[in-house]
Design a protein around this ligand. Sequence first.
Ligand code: SF4
Length: 61
Amino acid sequence: MTHKISVDKKTCIGCGTCAALCPESFKMEGDKAVPIKEEVDKISCEKEAEEACPVDAIKVE
Ligand code: SF4
């Protein structure tokens, strides 16, 4: 089963937490985070990043 990863750019405040916790799936682009992959087969640190995001901008479905 694949999981979709998304970052709501309007909500992201660019704190960098997701890229620090999960550099294989998130990177900073300017002052916003973007998903490196839109889908992953297996969730590892993506869920941690989702939970750690202070403004709930990350969705892992
Ligand atoms: S943790 Fe949330 S607010 Fe911080 S950079 Fe990532 S998506 Fe943006």
